[in-house]
Design a protein around this ligand. Structure first.
Ligand code: GLN
Length: 424
């Protein structure tokens, strides 16, 4: 079972005691572990062993956690199913024969299968929330800047955050307590905005009395009927406990998927330039011409999805096209941010289905990249807006897990944890 969840199964013991003593954690394979290979799901890095720990790994060790392995993922985080991994696909423990979601599919599957108590993933456009939803577990995408990215192999660095998985909201919050907070090695981080003595896990009270929930109508359009039904059942459940909801509109999200993919691919084309077989990555060796040597290393080391994105990203950034694509995408990003800020002025949290569809069958979705990009419609706007969000199990449709996404204001993680803990 576990062989398709982990790329490398190796125990890394932490300190003897600490808040996570006795807990096991799976770590996505794009988060650096000193002395343990970190492949990013790519042939390019199949033999790469980092000489240092990511800040989050250092914090796990200090907290007494035991890391049980490096979890499978879409190559460099590019995907929604974990099927673009060079190391093969991962089955969904909650819905065998279906994908676990992506790109942090191995991390979510590890928790769902009981292979680890907790897990870390990374979320550039939904890669923690999507697999949490598909595997029936909880996943948090923190506010941009709450968690250090030092040691996370960059894909779209202006969008991504490392985030925790757990079986319950309290579990995921406990892990967030350990990894959150400023890091001098990542200048985009800041201290967690907690009062003295306050933690994230102690916000998991399940108290939603008086909570006002905004439901963006655009995030329900085109969603699968069974998913929408399950979503409304969960909202009704929250209403029974004293929450109220109203519909809101976010007109900008219509452009979020386009904007996200232009920005993510542009950043990827630049971030992945270092994998040339000399600075990083595998190489067949110098053959008399550096250009050809680099090209050959990249041709052999990268999979199709990664190549597609590097090509499109390079194109979007090239002279003459930069204003037409990249600059427009940045304008759309600013609009999305503004829309969310306005909607959150009139509601404590926003709610939507995490994914508009239930988990695909293994192999079903791979030939149509555009269809797959559209499945990210509800998650990518949150990354464009730098906001926090949580995916919590809402129920099932035809035996397949459905996730409810709650979105909050910047650094409003405690509010999300409180609300989501009413459900799991
Ligand atoms: N599915 C999205 C993508 O392929 C999100 C990936 C992620 O969050 N790393 O880019």
């Amino acid at each position: 079972m576990s062989e398709d969840i982990f790329i490398t199964e190796e125990r890394i013991e932490g300190a003897d005691d600490g808040p996570l003593a006795g807990r096991t954690v799976a770590v996505k394979d794009n988060i650096s572990t000193e002395g343990v290979r970190t492949t990013c799901g790519s042939k390019m890095l199949a033999e790469y062993v980092p000489p240092y720990d990511a800040t989050v790994v250092e914090r796990l060790k200090d907290a007494g956690a035991t890391i049980v392995g490096k979890a499978n993922m879409d190559e460099f985080g590019m995907g929604t199913t974990t099927e673009t991994s060079h190391f093969g696909a991962t089955d969904n423990p909650a819905a065998p024969g279906h994908v676990p979601g992506g790109s942090s599919g191995g991390s979510a599957a590890a928790v769902a299968a009981g292979e680890a108590d907790l897990a870390l993933g990374s979320d550039t456009g939904g890669s923690v929330r999507c697999p949490a939803a598909f595997c029936g577990v909880v996943g948090i995408k923190p506010t941009y800047g709450l968690v250090s990215r030092y040691g996370l192999v960059a894909y779209g660095n202006s969008l991504e955050q490392i985030g925790p998985f757990g079986e319950t909201v309290a579990d995921a919050a406990e892990l967030l307590d350990v990894i959150a907070g400023s890091d001098e090695r990542d200048a985009t981080t800041r201290e967690a905005p907690l009062e003295a003595g306050e933690t994230y896990v102690d916000a998991a009270t399940g108290d939603v009395d008086g909570l006002s929930i905004g439901v963006p109508t655009e995030l329900l359009e085109g969603a699968d009927e069974g998913v929408v039904e399950t979503f409304w059942d969960a909202i009704a459940d929250l209403e029974d406990r004293g929450a109220e909801y109203h519909e809101v509109s976010l007109p900008s999200v219509e452009h979020a998927v386009e904007a996200y993919y232009v920005i993510a691919m542009s950043e990827a084309s630049s971030n992945l330039a270092r994998f040339d077989g000399v600075r990083y990555g595998q190489s067949g060796g110098y053959d008399g011409n550096w250009n050809e040597t680099f090209a050959k290393a990249r041709e052999e080391g990268f999979g199709d999805e990664v190549k597609r994105r590097i090509l499109l990203g390079t194109y979007a950034l090239s002279a003459g096209y930069h204003d037409k694509y990249y600059k427009k995408a940045q304008d759309a990003r600013a609009w999305v941010k503004q829309d969310f800020d306005e909607a959150l002025d009139g509601a404590d949290v926003l709610a939507s289905p995490t994914m508009p569809v239930p988990p695909f069958e293994l192999g079903e979705s791979l030939d149509d990249p555009l269809q797959l990009y559209l499945a990210d419609a509800n998650t990518v706007p949150v990354n464009l807006a730098d906001l926090p969000a949580i995916s919590v199990p809402a129920g099932e449709t035809d035996g397949l897990p459905v996730g409810l996404q709650l979105i909050g204001p910047a650094f409003g993680e405690r509010r999300l944890i409180r609300a989501a803990s009413a459900l799991a």
